[in-house]
Ligand binder design. Structure first.
Ligand code: MEV
Length: 440
């Protein structure tokens, strides 16, 4: 049984590693070497990464790939993607090229509002609370001035504070429900600081408010932003005449469009399919969100909540034929930042943003939505024609070959062999064994 430890966070990095290795590993030297292999020899860079989180013992690498040829509102982009899953970058690139020849992607930011809430309990008279809220509202805003000053200079700030009665859900439960504009910042710190200040002011003023009776006190439960941002919405769309979808002679443009629309409709009504459909969309979205230093967990949570907003989990994309024109689009909530957070700290994030022509948060929302739409297009296109395993297995083969440390000669023979044979782990093992026996 492993042992517990106190004061771990205070140990030096090498002492932390010693403890980990001694406690959990049989081959201690091997474990230490793996951790060391992933350190960066540039001490400053390593220190930067060490300090992103606590108890860092090494770095965890993900490949950073790029998908070129994305034409978005008539501007060309090469999109950076940080992701471990094979085929995602290749699929994005293929979809980008397909739509490059058909007018590219058209995008639009619909709204940019973010939400934060102070959750509190109050068991007194509601009218009394309402009167108190109206009286204290200017002060709630006023006492956040030192926090909002810079944001206001950039065109953002607090847009609205409402008192919300939630007593139908929980006895005595109310909210200060606030709306914010955070411009190019994702805004989590800004929003949370404002909310904590609202809570302090609200509580302090309530204690002095004469019209409250002795039992009419306010208990703050918590103050936190919401990652559900249905009013921070972006839309991306592709369209072309149905007959232009005919790239592959095995299926006509019309049949392709009809089958494609059926596949989307299935994801609109069938949650089991919708989750996988949307997962494919998130393959593209998360990869760009991660490459640009944004919080993919926040994006995931918000997007999936949006997908279930009508009470049934449904597709994030939609498709139709309108007077002979095939249209395929996505509408999703995305709270992203291009300043603050990791964006100025992580060298690869800075590089990714520069690659994207240093976008504003609004521009990044559009690029990310496009990555999601492109990914979904590529997945559906494979699913309704060849199936996805063909493409997946090609990449999977490379992963298996790398596991076996094959040399270049073996690699080229095995790639040829598996052009006509089905890739499975055991099939590759057998083929490699035979090849090695032959060449002995
Ligand atoms: C795999 O990561 C994603 C897909 O399953 C998405 C889909 O089914 O639409 C291919």
């Amino acid at each position: 049984m492993s042992k517990s430890i106190s004061g771990f966070s205070k140990l030096s990095k090498s002492k932390k590693i010693d403890w980990i290795v001694d406690t959990y590993f049989v081959n201690k030297e091997d474990a230490k070497n793996i951790l060391k292999q992933y350190w960066n020899s540039n001490e400053k860079l390593q220190q930067l990464h060490d300090e992103f989180i606590e108890n860092t013992i090494s770095n965890y690498y993900l490949p950073l790939g790029v998908a070129p040829n994305f034409l978005i509102n008539n501007k060309l982009y090469t999109i950076p993607m940080a992701i471990e899953e094979s085929s995602v970058v290749a699929a994005a690139s293929k979809a980008a090229k397909f739509w490059l020849d058909r007018g590219g992607f058209k995008t639009k930011v619909i709204s940019t509002e973010k939400i934060g809430q102070v959750h509190f309990m109050y068991h007194g008279n509601f009218e009394n609370l309402q009167r108190f809220f109206e009286k204290v509202k200017p002060q709630l805003i006023g006492e956040t001035k030192s926090i909002t000053k810079n944001m206001e200079k950039r065109g953002g700030g607090i847009l609205k504070i409402e008192l919300r009665d939630k007593t139908n859900e929980i006895k005595g439960y109310y909210q200060l429900h606030a709306t914010f504009e955070t411009v190019d910042a994702m805004g989590a710190n800004f929003i949370n600081s404002c909310l904590e200040q609202f809570a302090n002011t609200f509580k302090k003023e309530a204690e002095k408010y004469d019209a409250f009776g002795p039992d009419e006190n306010i208990q703050i439960v918590m103050s936190i932003l919401s990652n559900y941002v249905p009013n921070c919405l972006v839309r991306a769309e592709v369209s072309c005449p149905v007959e232009d979808l005919n790239e592959d002679s095995t299926i006509s443009g019309r049949d392709f469009a009809q089958k494609f629309i059926q596949a989307v409709k299935i994801a609109e009504v069938e949650p089991y399919r919708a989750v996988t459909h949307n997962k494919g969309i998130m393959n593209g979205i998360d990869a760009v969100v991660l490459a640009t230093g944004n919080d993919f967990r926040a994006v995931e949570a918000g997007v999936h909540a949006y997908a279930a907003r009508n009470g049934i989990y449904s597709s994030l994309t939609h498709a139709k034929i309108d007077y002979g024109i095939f249209k395929f689009w996505i509408e999703i909530p995305l709270a992203l930042g291009t300043i603050g957070g990791l964006t100025s700290l992580h060298p690869l994030v800075k590089l990714s943003l520069e690659l994207l022509h240093k976008p504003s948060a609004k521009e990044l929302m559009q690029i990310v939505a496009v990555a999601g739409l492109a990914q979904n297009f590529a997945a559906l296109r494979s699913l309704i024609t060849t199936g996805i395993q063909e493409g997946h297995m090609k990449m999977h083969l490379m992963n298996i070959l790398n596991q076996f440390n094959v040399n270049e000669h073996e690699k080229s023979i095995l790639i040829e062999h598996f052009k006509v044979n089905i890739v499975t782990h055991s099939a590759v093992t057998d083929a490699l064994k035979k090849l090695r026996v032959k060449s002995e």
